[in-house]
Design a protein around this ligand. Structure first.
Ligand code: ZN
Length: 240
């Protein structure tokens, strides 16, 4: 079995709120953290730009983390676009489909990402994958669930004959609790940085600045983000 370095993390990093919090969690916990992102023909390149902003600002404002932030790698996953047109990659309305899943669901997307990330980590000798999937305040995507991800990381360990691990620090916590986690790890500066520079809006709107960040304010991702932020801020103001 190939032994990988469990003091090095590879963060699946989209530039969204959750994966940005996963990134600072990894920087706090491991000796080094690299990032990997996937280009699958998203409708909006804004999230990909947010990746670079978050990385750049972390390096600029967190001297302790700067030396730990390793290279960033983009991997093409355009096959997902070839397979089916969903609202993430084509101009469809964002609604709930017949299968009770929103049209933003890209079947198997996280399973593909996890396999590609594991293959890249294997090549680089990195022993821990870190990902921001969450089954608490989530959009109902079955490939965000812990059971699916645990089954897949086991298959990867067997199929690559290596001791790779998967950490999903946000899996069982609410969006408000994920902001509290960001504050624990990096203080209010880290919260402000992620609020300002990460991007969640499905419509790729980055014109209006709300208290919870940029976005259209109406799509499911914005609604989830706005609610999480409000719960976080109100819970904090209730604390004596
Ligand atoms: Zn939106």
């Amino acid at each position: 079995m190939r032994k990988l370095d469990h003091n090095q993390a590879l963060v699946l990093f989209s530039g969204g709120q959750d994966s940005s919090i996963a990134l600072i969690w990894a920087l706090d916990r491991f000796g080094a953290a690299e990032t990997v992102g996937f280009d699958y023909g998203q409708r909006h390149a804004i999230e990909l730009g947010a990746r670079q902003s978050v990385r750049r600002e972390l390096c600029a404002r967190f001297a302790d983390w700067k030396p730990k932030i390793g290279p960033d790698q983009m991997i093409s996953a355009h096959g997902l676009k070839d397979i089916g047109e969903t609202a993430m990659t084509a101009d469809l309305d964002i609604v709930t489909g017949d299968d009770d899943l929103p049209t933003t669901f890209v079947p198997g997307r996280n399973l593909v990402f996890l396999s590609l990330a594991a293959a890249y980590a294997y090549r680089r000798g990195i022993g821990v994958l870190v990902a921001g999937m969450c089954e608490t305040d989530f959009s109902g995507y079955p490939d965000c669930r812990e059971t699916a991800l645990n089954a897949q990381i086991e298959a990867i360990r067997l199929g690559m004959d290596c001791d790779i691990r998967l950490e999903t620090p946000l899996m069982h916590i609410s969006k408000a609790a994920s902001w509290r986690l960001a504050e624990e790890v990096g203080g209010k500066d880290a919260v402000a940085l992620i609020n300002e520079h990460s991007h969640s809006c499905y419509r790729g709107v980055r014109v209006t600045r709300h208290e919870w960040g940029y976005g259209c304010g109406e799509c499911p991702a914005c609604e989830l983000r706005a609610k999480g932020w409000r719960d976080y801020v109100h819970a904090a103001s209730d604390t004596p």
